[in-house]
Design a protein around this ligand. Structure first.
Ligand code: AMP
Ligand code: MG
Length: 414
């Protein structure tokens, strides 16, 4: 039986990032960019107005005031996408809309709300400016975000929606990222039937394949769900070997403990090298890790909550590493236990729970009333795993306790 941290490290050490692939810009959000990316243009490409208004020379309006407004002749009216082909001369102004280029000669823009004009304020009319403007006022400078050739996204960064927009401005319709790992999922157990079946005597529906496939998708990977494998060593070996040949990582559920019909560890040992078979945690003590033909394989526990928590604690971080992520740990948060916890086992307990704020503004962690490793409801409704350390523990209500925020992205600073 090994410590959770050792199990995590052994699995992490066994995986490496997948090869890089080019994906459509719209497929890249949330993925890690594999190379430094630069811009082929200045962003913004030219000086442009931040406001609808009138472009002018700041020297022309330096002496203006509400009592003595300066009158300028309107020589053009341009919107975004148009340009004023000439140089603005003293005494002239261009009526200009947000995003349009600042005419040569002009160095500032007065907002349309702040001016009055003759006629409709069109070409040939006069505009009256009643306030001095500083050079650059309401002007967005060329290259404010980045200069042509400059770095816009660094290798290793996770692409946000804003980052996708930057890459669009910078001319990248394709993005180099890491191929989504294919993760094989095999549910084992002679009691299992398909979701579409009504379970007969002694049978239950296979839920783990669905839970695990969903966790795999949530971790950015592609699930490959294999048929249910009955408890039979040859069958399990065949299914496992087949999945290993097709996938970058393989998961199974069930058959991992020492029961009479538990063949997972034997099958893994026949096909490859078993690194551990017990982890000092609850739920999920029986978890096998093996490497078979260079492919990592985790045999998760069969009980649905144990399989799910085993995935969260041991597997998810490895799948993130395979996609180039470097933030692999969900944030930990301290909270006060809402009710007493007493336990007498040597294992690290991950209790399903819910953190919320009490009326005094303190963070309080409420352990779910049902902690059976067969039940998923407490995981679905919870937002954290309350970490109860190894050994005998007697914690009265109000004890500060560390909680793993499985609902919050890895690397978030709380
Ligand atoms: P095992 O680890 O094979 O001893 O299974 C432990 C418990 O988990 C048993 O009650 C199984 O029926 C249940 N179980 C195993 N696999 C699944 C599955 N794919 N879906 C739902 N429950 C399962
Ligand atoms: Mg079983």
């Amino acid at each position: 039986m090994i410590m959770v941290e050792d199990a995590q490290r052994i699995i992490l050490d066994a995986v490496k990032p997948t090869e890089t692939v080019q994906v459509d810009l719209l497929q890249a959000v949330g993925r890690v960019v594999a190379e430094d990316l630069t811009s082929d243009v200045d962003i913004a490409p030219f000086d442009n107005t931040a406001m609808d208004g009138f472009a002018c020379r700041s020297s022309d309006v330096a002496a203006s005031s509400p009592e003595t407004p300066v009158s300028l002749r309107i020589v053009s009216h341009i919107g975004a996408g148009s340009t004023y082909g000439k140089t603005l001369l003293p005494g002239e102004s261009v009526r200009i809309m947000t995003g349009a280029p600042i005419p040569a000669g002009a160095d500032c823009v007065e907002k349309i709300e702040n001016v009055t004009f003759t006629g409709e304020g069109e070409v040939g009319d006069e505009v009256l400016l009643a306030h001095p403007l500083s050079m650059g006022e309401n002007v967005r400078k060329a290259g404010e975000e980045v200069r042509r050739g400059g770095l816009v996204i660094n290798a290793g960064e996770t692409l946000t929606p804003a980052g996708v927009g930057i890459l669009a401005s910078a001319g990248h319709s394709m993005v180099p990222t890491y191929r989504r790992p294919r993760v094989g999922i095999i549910a084992t157990g002679s009691e299992l039937v398909e979701v579409t079946e009504m379970p007969g005597p002694g049978k239950i529906r296979n839920s783990n394949s669905y839970t695990l496939a969903s966790y795999v998708i949530a971790a950015g990977c592609e699930p490959v769900v294999y048929p249910i494998a009955p408890d039979d060593q040859d069958g399990i070996e065949g299914a496992l070997g087949h999945a290993i040949g097709e996938c970058d990582f393989v998961l199974s559920s069930g058959g991992a403990s020492g029961g009479d019909y538990d063949y997972i560890t034997q099958a893994a040992a026949t096909l490859g090298t078993v690194h551990f078979k017990y982890v000092n945690m609850r739920p999920g003590k029986s978890q096998t890790f093996a490497v078979i033909d260079d492919v990592p394989y985790v045999g998760l526990a069969g009980n649905p909550a144990a399989a799910a928590i085993g995935f969260e604690i041991l597997v998810r971080r490895a799948l993130l590493k395979m996609q180039g992520h470097t933030q692999l740990a969900h944030p930990m948060q301290s909270a006060l236990l809402e009710k007493a916890v007493v336990k007498h086992d040597g294992r690290r307990n991950y209790m399903r729970g819910h953190i919320k704020r009490n009326e005094a503004g303190q963070l309080v962690a409420a352990p779910a009333s049902k902690q059976s490793s067969a039940l998923l409801g407490s995981l679905h409704h919870g937002n954290c795993l309350i970490v109860i350390p190894e050994g005998d523990v007697t914690y009265p209500a109000g004890t500060p306790i560390m909680c793993l925020r499985i609902d919050i992205p890895e690397g978030t600073v709380l």
